[in-house]
Design a protein around this ligand. Structure first.
Ligand code: 2GW
Ligand code: MN
Length: 298
């Protein structure tokens, strides 16, 4: 169903009066969830107003990214260089790069008010573990310096680069990203974990959207809850000899089914160019790198 659900009208109107959101600007897409969270599409928000509000609040925004093994040379420099051109310009930003080789992190020139911290992590043997271990590592970082210095944090994959403005309009208590391959699929076809023994399992009929683990975020407190839920679920599965279909992403989808995100990002915020042109995708903000599974997943 398109349009704005009535239960959300009051909240949206309030933001509308402050110039932040206009969900009616995009009648071609769904701009509000059934629980009243905005789904932000190009045209439904005012970047300048969001910028002003963030500056008044004197925010520090964290951006975490893992670059382990070959992903460091392959993706990190472009991710950071394009973030300097598009991510939260004019705000105070702290990048957290997690890697097993701190000395190999490229020296990217940062604008004033922006800094980069490197955190050493162990290198997992299996790639699935590299991906899944992120939840536990993020949980610890959020309980330490990152959690003390940032108000909001975005957690991203490294195999992508910024192409358009990615600003404070995305911020909220908890933020989930619509998966660009799955946003128009019927719910019964979404690739949730279906094995009832897994902590990530959703029964048929459950699930709102399929969210992409390449971008999620929120307040430090909300992310502490999210990362501990997902890390615990993965640990429980491991003890039972299970691994969810899409690893940490399956557990993230279970979390957001149980704890609805306060804001949802349209697929423009993490777009796969391999899909080609779509009328509703006006301004992609972050683009996936082409998948090279055959080369990298050995
Ligand atoms: C991952 C897979 C195969 C070979 C290598 C790696 C790998 C991942 C690696 O060698 N080094 C590394 O730092 N990573 C980190 O894990 C990196 O930040 C990367 O972006 C992230 C997730 O791996 P990725 O991007 O190859 O997986 P995708 O793009 O298929 O991701 C989706 O599904 C994943 C679970 O299978 C995660 O949930 C991910 O967040 C999703 O976007
Ligand atoms: Mn990825």
């Amino acid at each position: 169903p398109m349009g704005v659900c009535p239960s959300a009208r009051m909240a949206l109107l309030r933001d509308n009066f402050t110039g932040l959101l206009n969900p009616w600007a995009r009648p071609d897409v769904l701009t509000c969830t059934s629980w009243g969270a905005p789904i932000i599409w190009d045209g439904t928000f005012d970047p300048a107003a969001a910028q002003q509000k963030a500056l008044q609040q004197n925010l520090t925004i964290g951006l975490t990214v893992f670059a382990v093994g070959r992903y460091l040379e392959k993706y990190l420099a472009r991710f950071l260089e394009t973030a300097e051109r598009h991510f939260m310009l004019g705000q105070r930003v702290v990048y957290y790069v997690f890697t097993e080789r701190p000395a190999a992190v490229p020296r990217v020139a940062l604008a004033p008010g922006r800094r980069l911290r490197v955190v050493r992590v162990a290198r997992e043997r299996r790639w699935q573990d590299v991906s899944m271990q992120r939840m536990h590592t993020l949980h610890e970082a959020l309980g330490g310096q990152l959690g003390r210095e940032a108000h909001f944090v975005l957690c991203m994959d490294v195999d992508q680069h910024f192409r358009g403005a990615f600003g404070p309009e995305v911020l909220a208590e908890s933020v989930a990203q619509l998966h660009s391959w799955h946003y128009h699929w019927p719910r019964r076809l979404l690739p949730y974990e279906r094995d009832a023994r897994s902590a990530a399992a959703l029964v048929p009929g459950d699930g709102d959207f399929y969210y992409h683990a390449a971008v999620f975020g929120g307040s430090v407190a909300a992310l502490r809850g999210l990362t501990s839920h997902c890390a615990r679920g993965m640990q429980r599965d491991r003890e039972r000899g299970l691994e969810a279909r899409w690893h940490d992403e399956s557990h993230l989808n279970k979390f957001f089914w149980l704890h609805k995100p306060a804001k949802v990002l349209s697929p423009e915020f993490c777009w796969s160019p391999e899909i080609g042109r779509r009328a509703e995708i006006r301004r992609p903000r972050l683009l996936w790198a082409p998948k090279e599974y055959a080369v990298l997943r050995d």
